[in-house]
Design a protein around this ligand. Structure first.
Ligand code: GUN
Length: 284
């Protein structure tokens, strides 16, 4: 029988721990404020931004919402980011991605002050992760490490295979697993003999962005399977990058979709915001 790794429950535990921390910080006169910028009205982005605002309210963090029109220019957005960089009352800045095509995402990300970059996307924070110094880490992979640790999954010495090499998930995931002393292999769209590699994984992290891409034929008996994807299947039901029905019976532990990795991303964003206020932007 496999264990279901309950991201909803674990994220709630983390949010409750952070809520207590924020109450204590407020007692010392510290306020925490996150600025959330959304450009345009992509419905998925609106849901994510709404959830981020709700989590802030729950934990006791003030959120400043900037809802800019679709036709906002790159310069207008850069000006706003710079204004927030200079505002001592703002601890964290988050620009919801994707941005409309007239705006260069990379330029915007690199304009956010690294010490306010609670998404962990700035080159300085990515570099800090690579060399093992303090800095913000991308929330989804950070959340996955928490899921593993809080579910009693040992990482040290294990063969961890990550499918996907994005800057937001795959690459930082690989660095974090390495930091936890895992033996890490990163696979991607050009990998040959993918299944041969994934079948060696003790811990398999799937971030391919294709619905039900990974089935039982990718999985070693007893592996831990972490599913980063979220999609709608042919019946409009939420599903992940992993075909849960087929994969789960072969796993020792697996994350469901929804209720696995998703809720952890927001919990770790809150963690990064609290760290920013504590001025100890450390990685766990
Ligand atoms: N769009 C999808 N995921 C994310 C995320 O983690 N941060 C931001 N800023 N935008 C996103």
């Amino acid at each position: 029988m496999y264990q279901i790794i309950d991201g909803k429950k674990i994220s709630q535990e983390i949010k409750d721990e952070l809520r207590e921390k924020v109450t204590a910080l407020k007692g010392q006169g510290k306020q925490i404020c996150l600025a959330v910028i959304q450009v345009g009205s992509d419905p998925a982005s609106s849901v994510y931004v709404g959830n981020k605002k709700k989590a802030c309210a729950y934990i006791g963090i003030e959120s400043l919402a900037y809802e800019l029109p679709e036709e906002t220019t790159e310069q207008e957005l850069l000006d706003l980011v710079q204004k927030l960089n200079a505002d001592d009352g703002v601890n964290g800045i988050l620009v919801q991605l994707p941005l409309p095509k007239q705006i260069n995402e990379e330029k915007v990300i690199q304009t956010i002050a690294p010490e306010k970059d609670v998404d962990g996307f700035h080159e300085k924070n990515v570099g800090a992760l690579c060399v093992g110094s303090k800095g913000y880490v991308s929330c989804t992979p950070l959340g996955i490490i928490q899921l593993l640790k809080r579910s009693g999954v040992e990482i040290a010495g294990k063969h961890c295979v990550v499918i996907g090499r994005s800057n937001i998930v795959g690459k930082p995931m690989a660095m974090l697993l390495l930091r936890e002393n895992g033996t890490v292999t990163v696979c991607h769209s050009r990998t040959q003999n993918l299944k041969e590699i994934t079948r060696q994984a003790d811990i398999l992290v799937v971030a391919v962005g294709k619905p039900k891409f990974v089935d039982d034929s990718f999985i070693k008996e007893g592996a831990v399977v972490i599913d980063v994807g979220i999609h709608r299947d042919e019946n409009n039901k939420l599903c992940g990058d992993v075909d849960f029905e087929k994969a789960a019976p072969h796993a020792s532990a697996i994350t469901p979709v929804p209720g696995g990795v998703g809720p952890m991303t927001i919990a770790m964003l809150m963690y990064n915001c609290v760290s920013s206020a504590e001025q100890e932007d450390q990685v766990q």
